[in-house]
Design a protein around this ligand. Structure first.
Ligand code: VAH
Length: 314
């Protein structure tokens, strides 16, 4: 059975749905430290799990017969900089607990990494899988640590560890929390609500991005890839790269009067150290990764999905 930690974040709900369709409702257990909404409770198994409580997690893994862990619990890039001690505990100590239990019980472990695992001294356009990684956020440092520790446990103990570095993920049904790429989600809500958006990044800030369905597709695929095809312990995956002004232009094809203004904040400093374009050719060549949604698909999907919410308010 599959346990998703931090499942109430941006990726968890969609992944639980996709995994339940493929492996059966009762074989996918969502978990987090928050109380979920009624429909999450009613959508399938949900349990309380604090990844900082080793015994709690151990008991969960044994009593629920877990054999795969999808480890989402983490503080993202922007929020991590405002609570470094907590980010260190959750992103590093929490990872250690999950790694140790995965080794002890021979679990398959998926941990997401990120474009944020690279820094200003990494090549930025494009950024390959294997290159210098000196990130300048606690989030990025903790994710490089997760990649290295997971690959070490794979090498030393044969742990079935799989890791994908994601670009900014864009979704309509779940709100991201505390990321640097979140402008690319907020912009759709504001475009429909008031026709105007104040962007916290400069107009020319190019970042790799992906629609959530492609993100979930990559996770389901990497979980099933035979070990011998995984020549790398960690793979970049991406779908597109765009700037706020390019995204605004694409939105104007649907909402002609949409206006955007720019007021860079501390997240600009983070974005300026990140990859501009991700090279994911290894994932495409080694295990057949491919994305389905490009920028125009993303914009029409997001606007169509969110339109009913804001149409009601008219
Ligand atoms: C963040 N959305 O902005 C997350 C992600 C690629 C960025 O890790 O922190």
């Amino acid at each position: 059975r599959i346990l998703i930690t931090g499942s109430l974040g941006q990726l968890g709900t969609g992944l639980a749905k996709a995994l339940r369709q493929k492996y059966g409702l009762d074989n996918v257990i969502m978990s987090d430290i928050l109380k979920p909404t009624k429909d999450i409770f009613e959508s399938g198994p949900y349990v309380y799990a604090d990844i900082l409580d080793f015994k709690n997690l151990q008991e969960l893994i044994v009593s629920h017969r877990i054999d795969w862990v999808i480890h989402f619990s983490a503080l993202l890039s922007a929020v991590g900089e405002f609570n470094i001690p907590l980010a260190m505990r959750v992103n590093i100590e929490g990872l250690h607990n999950v790694l140790e239990l995965s080794k002890q019980y021979k679990l398959k472990l998926f941990v997401p990494s990120t474009i944020g695992a690279f820094g200003p001294t990494s090549p930025r356009n494009p950024t390959p899988d294997l290159t210098i990684q000196r990130p300048q956020t606690i989030y990025g440092v903790s994710k490089v640590h997760a990649e290295l520790m997971g690959e070490y446990y794979r090498h030393k103990f044969g742990l079935d560890f799989r890791c994908l570095r994601f670009p900014g993920i864009i979704s309509s049904d779940t709100n991201p929390g505390g990321g640097t790429t979140d402008y690319a989600v907020e912009i759709f809500h504001e475009a429909l609500r008031v026709g105007h958006y104040k962007c916290y990044l400069r107009p020319d800030t190019r970042l790799p991005m992906m629609y959530i369905e492609d993100c979930l597709k990559s996770i389901l695929k990497i979980l099933e890839v035979p070990n011998e095809q995984l020549k790398l312990g960690t793979y970049n995956v991406t779908a597109m790269s765009f700037t706020p002004e390019e995204l605004a232009e694409a939105i104007r094809k649907h909402i002609p009067n949409f206006e955007i203004e720019y007021e860079p904040d501390s997240r600009q400093t983070i974005a300026d150290t990140w990859p501009m374009v991700f090279d994911d050719s290894n994932a495409r060549n080694h295990w057949g990764w491919s994305h389905d949604n490009n920028l125009d698909d993303l914009v029409s999907i997001m606007l169509n999905a969110l339109q009913p919410i804001y149409a009601k308010n008219e």
